[in-house]
Write a protein that binds this ligand. Structure first.
Ligand code: DC
Length: 226
C-alpha cells in the first residue's frame, strides 16, 4: 500500500467565489491528478439537513448527518443518496447554511477523514478553506487564492446568470462579505493562509494566467515523486 504522504497534494484555499474550484480542476487536468471540492461536502451536509428538516443549530444532529452522508462524485456531477444535486448544492441558501454548519467542530471532524481519503495516486488538488492548514498540512504546495470582493461578486453573478438563475449583485456582495467574515473569524479551522502558502491575487488575472502561476510554482517544488 502506498504511504499517502508520498502522494503529492496541491492545496488551493481562499474565500468564496475566488475561483478556487475552476483553478483546481484545470491544474488537476493539466497534471492528470484527482480533485477534491471540499466545499461541496459542507454544501451536501447543509442540503441534507434542509431535506431532512434537521435543526441546523443542533450540532450533534448535523454531525450525524455529515458522518452518514451517502455521496458520490462523478465529475462534474455530484450525487446525494443517488440523486444528482449538482445544481441544488450551488444555491445561495445552501451555501449560506454550509458556512453556518462549517463552524461546528463536530461537523468538521466528521468530514476530515473523508477528505483525506481523496489523496490517491498520482496526486490531488484540493480546494477549500483549510486544505493547507488542517486537512493536508504536509502538502508540498499550498496556494491561497484571493480576489477583491467586488470582482468575486461579479463573477458569481455572471456564473448564476449563465445558469439561468437570476441574481442581484448588491445582495450577492453582502452575502459574500458575511460569509467571508464567518469563515475567517470562526474558532475552528478559520480561513487563513497556511504559513507556507503562496498568496495569489487573481483579481486582475485570467483563469489561464492563474493556472499557469500554480503550475510554475509546482514545477519549482522538489517532491520525491513529482
Ligand atoms: O467553497 P464553497 O463556497 O463551496 O464552500 C461552502 C462553505 O463551506 C464555505 O462558506 C465554508 C465551508 N467550507 C469550509 O468550512 N471548509 C472547507 N474546506 C470548504 C468549505
Amino acid at each position: 500500500m502506498t504511504e499517502t504522504s508520498s502522494i503529492p497534494v496541491i492545496t488551493i484555499d481562499g474565500p468564496t467565489a475566488s475561483g478556487k474550484g475552476t483553478i483546481a480542476h484545470q491544474v488537476a487536468e493539466r497534471l492528470g491528478w484527482h480533485t477534491l471540492d471540499s466545499g461541496a461536502l459542507y454544501r451536501l451536509t447543509a442540503l441534507s439537513c434542509l431535506r431532512r428538516q434537521v435543526d441546523a443549530k443542533d450540532e450533534s444532529e448535523v454531525q450525524r448527518v455529515a458522518a452518514d452522508l451517502d455521496i458520490r462524485f462523478q465529475h462534474p456531477r455530484i450525487f446525494l443518496e443517488g440523486e444528482d444535486v449538482t445544481e441544488a448544492i450551488r444555491q445561495e441558501q445552501v451555501g449560506n447554511l454550509a458556512s453556518q454548519v462549517a463552524v461546528m467542530p463536530g461537523v468538521r471532524g466528521a468530514l476530515l477523514q473523508r477528505q483525506r481519503d481523496f489523496r490517491v495516486a498520482p496526486g490531488l488538488v484540493g480546494d477549500g478553506r483549510d486544505m493547507g492548514t488542517v486537512v493536508f498540512p504536509d502538502a508540498p504546495l499550498k496556494i491561497f487564492l484571493l480576489a477583491d470582493a467586488e470582482v468575486r461578486a461579479e463573477r458569481r453573478c455572471k456564473q448564476l446568470n449563465e445558469k439561468g438563475i437570476s441574481a442581484n449583485l448588491a445582495s450577492l456582495l453582502a452575502d459574500l462579505r458575511a460569509r467571508d467574515e464567518r469563515d475567517r473569524t470562526r474558532a475552528h479551522a478559520p480561513l487563513v493562509p497556511a504559513q507556507d502558502a503562496h498568496i495569489v491575487d487573481s483579481s486582475r488575472l485570467s483563469i489561464e494566467e492563474t493556472v499557469n502561476i500554480v503550475l510554475d510554482l509546482w514545477s519549482g517544488v522538489s517532491f520525491p515523486s513529482a
